[in-house]
Design a protein around this ligand. Structure first.
Ligand SMILES: [Zn+2]
Ligand SMILES: [Zn+2]
Length: 118
């Protein structure tokens, strides 16, 4: 019997498109999902999609890489994901969901940001 990193024994599996079977701990996954939604729920402020689109009109290009929106390659052929909402001050650092704390960022910059440790 193998336990997960946290000592649980509650495995489930999922199969990826190439047929590989992956094992994951159900308890840990539930825990991660709970923390994530809690963080979102606890964040102050809110904005609507309309407010974001209005904000987006003030930006001709991605403020991080300075490429024009139309010069940024589509993500997996889906233009919907090209422009993402970015929290200027991350929620983790006490940022809010207010539109003042939101800027449009291309998905490539947003993705990189998630992985860079500052
Ligand atoms: Zn676990
Ligand atoms: Zn960018």
């Amino acid at each position: 019997m193998t336990l997960c990193g946290k000592g649980h024994d509650n495995w489930s599996t999922w199969t990826s498109t190439d047929g590989t079977v992956h094992k994951y701990c159900k308890i840990c996954r539930r825990e991660r999902a709970r923390k994530y939604s809690e963080r979102k729920k606890n964040a102050k402020g809110s904005h609507t999609e309309k407010e974001f689109l209005e904000k987006l009109r003030q930006y001709e290009r991605c403020p991080s890489c300075n490429r024009k929106w139309e010069d940024i390659p589509n993500s997996k052929g889906n233009a919907r994901y090209k422009i993402t909402e970015d929290h200027i001050i991350p929620l983790l650092k006490g940022g809010t969901n207010d539109i003042d704390n939101i800027q449009p960022l291309c998905y490539q910059c947003n993705f990189q940001k998630g992985y860079s440790v500052k």
